[in-house]
Design a protein. Structure first.
Length: 283
């Protein structure tokens, strides 16, 4: 399976990052969004990231221009007909994803590989919603995609060996370090990370320390780049709450149960950095 043209479904934070690294690695890249306004915003995010890289001396002006030249934006599924690999990075809703896959299958070739960037949904279930379950897998990128080196490659029960190898090789070709993760909620990273984040909230609820001291303790005592409560604000408290509920439904283990404080903060709209307030306030 030779991949020359990469399609990206969704040009939000994750989709834009995937499109950027694909184009920067030499792939002709087609990114699709639901309307022109959202598409323009996503393409603008890519341009700004690359321009900031030039300003910091991490990217040359030539590399920036070459990457941007390889990216084409569209609002039509039909424009993705020649893609060899399509990475889906849209809303975490099985029915919405299923509708998108059906629209893609009406235009792409039989050999096109589909991969979902989902962080919580079952890859086997998503694959079963398509007519190509053997050519479907998971590629779980991390935010911000251009900077984070890891990609989790997830095999559905139906993923063929050839598809798995193609996804693994593609991840390496765009400068990432892929690892093979099981098709279980949380994969590897979130399976380990989410209980840690939830427990940090519980510890704060129980008076273990202040927000600042809990974060400082894990940063300076364990060498983490940021404390758990700061990380929660960056990930989004609503996102963490959503993932925790899916994992609890699957495993029925108390370590995945969302603490009462997390639920109340989400209900209050205190979602972290994106809303201006979470455990910390942001100007």
């Amino acid at each position: 399976m030779q991949i020359k043209t990469v399609g990206v479904l969704g040009c939000g934070l994750m989709g834009a990052g995937v499109a950027q690294v694909s184009a920067a690695s030499g792939y002709r890249t087609m990114v699709r969004e639901v309307n022109q306004g959202v598409l323009d915003k996503g393409l603008g995010r890519i341009r700004k990231f690359l321009e900031d890289g030039v300003a910091k001396g991490k990217v040359t002006a030539e590399q920036r221009d070459q990457a941007l030249d390889r990216i084409t934006g569209t609002t039509e599924f039909g424009a993705m007909k020649d893609c060899d690999l399509i990475v889906e990075a849209i809303v975490e809703n099985v029915e919405v994803k299923t509708a998108a896959y059906a629209a893609l299958e009406a235009v792409v070739g039989a050999g096109t590989i589909f991969a979902s960037n989902t962080s919580s949904l079952c890859i086997t279930e998503l694959a079963a919603r398509t007519k190509r379950p053997d050519r479907f897998g998971g590629l779980h990128f991390f935010n911000p995609v251009p900077l984070m080196k890891l990609v989790e490659v997830i095999r559905a029960l139906t993923t063929s060996d050839e598809t798995y190898r193609a996804l693994f090789a593609f991840s390496q070709s765009i400068g990432k370090e892929p690892i093979t993760a099981p098709d279980k909620p949380g994969f590897i990273v979130n399976r380990l990370l989410v209980p840690y984040l939830l427990d940090a909230i519980r510890c704060y609820e129980r008076g273990l320390g202040t927000i600042e001291d809990i974060d400082k303790g894990m940063k300076l005592g364990c060498g983490y780049p940021m404390g758990p409560l700061t990380l929660l604000d960056f990930v989004g408290l609503d996102t963490t709450y959503y993932i925790a509920n899916i994992m609890f439904d699957e495993y029925k283990d108390a370590m995945f149960a969302a603490p009462p404080l997390l639920k109340r903060m989400v209900l209050a709209g205190k979602l972290g950095k994106k809303s201006g307030e979470g455990f910390y306030k942001y100007a």
